[in-house]
Design a protein around this ligand. Structure first.
Ligand code: TNX
Length: 514
């Protein structure tokens, strides 16, 4: 240290960089590689333009989305253009090669920010990072007069797992298309790229099927849902609109029709789906495991085929989820013969089947995705399926279930899998959680949110945030970045963003909120 002055001043930020400019390392989920360039920063100003890859409509759409996100707080015009005059400050979204399906490189210099990606999905991911690199006030719905700086340097980033998911239960309480869209906005900020919709259960049926119209006219109508207080359903047009809205945010909708259990609402509408042909009473309680399709009846397979065909036709994404959980009213042999017929049917409609981990009992699940909701650290049935080729989405209920209470005081939610505080949701590794289900078998992670106790968007948000970002980080970030203290700090700094966007969240006492 000889020759250095006694007091080493911090590297001077470029003239007047506001003190609340986030560090490049403050992003959730943690990026793969971060290289700060101290002393440099970019200033977003009234002359800034957003330049997108010439000739790419998809890149342009990502640019427009970014502009929409930045205009309210800045009040700047932020035109989206394909060429820039020299000297004009710009945010460029450029397509190139070598960064994978969702990877991106974000470079922040004094006069330009550049996001490069191989695919539009990577450009979008880069823009979600960029939003977090601007001061929190960027999420103000009204103009704030201030200086908007971004710290200089470079981020090179790509996901650990291809599938990062969230699930909403529309069956126990229906949630409107606008509420689902709002959830899509929020989860996509954390690079979650799948939204699984649980569309049918004992208490209600929430997606219009033209060939079986009473499913929704009867079981989506008034009095359906838990306590009879969750009526509603998505029309085909609303579903299609939702799929497009999500796709514009690089979120793939995964629709679920639960079978052969969880079918009371279907049988209320169509008694021929029950073996005795008698309509059961509608159910508005929260019991599980009492209903079953009639496994020996051809009517059952005509119904399943019709539903899967219509759903496949409405769904551009690759997956159809067929539930398969808690079929306690279906004898084991019947369950296996049902799955032996229905799993291949999904493939015949051009989709990959997914189901809760019970489907692993069926040899036909070898080409399917099993969603692990078990809390056990060993499940020989699922491990055996994995050995046959089944891929797994990890949602262990004692870590990833967003409907579990945070602690005994939480006013909403259930507790059968335990209490899940933020640290519990964060501190585990999807690839070492279950014996015999290692990294190569894992497609990704998903955070399910069941709706027995949830009615409003506020309720959904309170349970999802801040745990959803914890699961998102497990799905996206390299294991080497995993660090509770770092995550807790980044999460605490994120709180004001939710406040500015009017998103409800649980102010966990484990976090020092900014
Ligand atoms: C179990 S987890 C269920 C759902 C309930 C949930 C409540 C799973 C595959 N099935 O029917 O809503 O617990 O936490």
């Amino acid at each position: 240290v000889l020759g250095l002055p006694a007091v080493v001043a911090p590297a001077p930020a470029s003239a007047g960089t506001p003190p609340d400019t986030p560090a490049l390392t403050s992003v959730i989920p943690a990026p793969a590689e971060v290289t700060p360039a101290s002393g440099t920063s970019f200033r977003l100003g009234p002359r800034t333009v957003i330049r997108t890859q010439p000739g790419s409509r998809a890149a342009r759409a990502v640019g427009e989305r970014l502009a929409e996100d930045l205009r309210p707080a800045t009040g700047y015009p932020l035109p989206v253009v394909s060429t820039v005059r020299r000297g004009t400050p710009s945010i460029s979204l450029m397509l190139g090669t070598g960064l994978g399906a969702e990877g991106y490189r974000l470079t922040v210099g004094a006069s330009a920010i550049t996001i490069q990606a191989e695919q539009p999905a990577g450009l979008f991911a880069g823009t979600r990072t960029l939003l977090q690199l601007l001061p929190a006030q960027i999420d103000s719905p009204t103009p704030v007069r201030r200086s908007w700086a971004v710290a200089g340097g470079r981020i090179v980033d790509h996901p650990r797992f291809a599938y990062r998911g969230a699930m909403l239960d529309l069956a126990r309480h229906f949630h409107t298309p606008d509420e689902v869209k709002s959830y899509v906005d929020e989860i996509s900020r954390f690079k979650v790229n799948h939204l699984h919709l649980h569309l049918s259960d004992d208490q209600g049926w929430r997606i219009q099927i033209e060939s079986w119209p009473r499913l929704t006219t009867v079981s989506g109508g008034p009095g359906t849902g838990v306590d009879g207080a969750g009526p509603g359903y998505l029309t085909r047009a609303q579903y299609t609109d939702l799929v497009a809205y999500a796709a514009a945010r690089f979120v793939t909708i995964v629709p679920e029709i639960d079978m052969p259990g969880h079918v009371n609402a279907a049988q209320v509408a169509y008694p021929e789906l029950a073996c005795d042909g008698v309509a059961p009473p509608p159910r508005t309680d929260t019991a599980v495991g009492y209903s079953s399709l009639c496994i020996g009846s051809e009517t059952t397979y005509r119904f399943v085929d019709d539903v899967l065909r219509e759903l496949a036709a409405m769904t551009p994404g690759p997956y159809l989820h067929i539930g398969g959980d808690e079929a306690h009213a279906t004898p084991e042999a019947d369950y296996l013969s049902f799955m032996a017929r229905v799993l291949p049917l999904v493939a015949r409609h051009g989709k990959t089947a997914s189901g809760w981990n019970e489907i692993a009992k069926s040899p036909a699940s070898a080409t399917a995705i099993a969603q692990y909701w078990d809390t056990a650290s060993a499940n020989p049935t699922v491990a055996a399926a994995v050995a046959r080729g089944t891929k797994v989405v990890m949602s262990p209920a004692d870590r990833a279930y967003l409907d579990m209470k945070y602690d005994r005081h939480t006013p909403l939610g259930l507790s059968w899998a335990g209490y899940i505080e933020v640290r519990t949701a964060y501190d585990w590794d999807p690839a070492t959680r279950v014996t015999g289900i290692g990294e190569p078998a894992i497609l990704g992670v998903e955070a399910p949110l069941w709706s027995e106790t949830l009615r409003t968007l506020d309720d959904i948000e309170f349970m999802a945030f801040p745990r959803l970002p914890a699961i998102a980080e497990l799905g996206w970030s390299p294991p080497a970045t995993h660090d509770w203290n770092s995550f807790a700090t980044r999460l605490g700094a994120y709180g004001p963003r939710w406040e500015l966007r009017d998103v409800n969240f649980y102010p966990s006492p484990q976090i020092v909120w900014g």
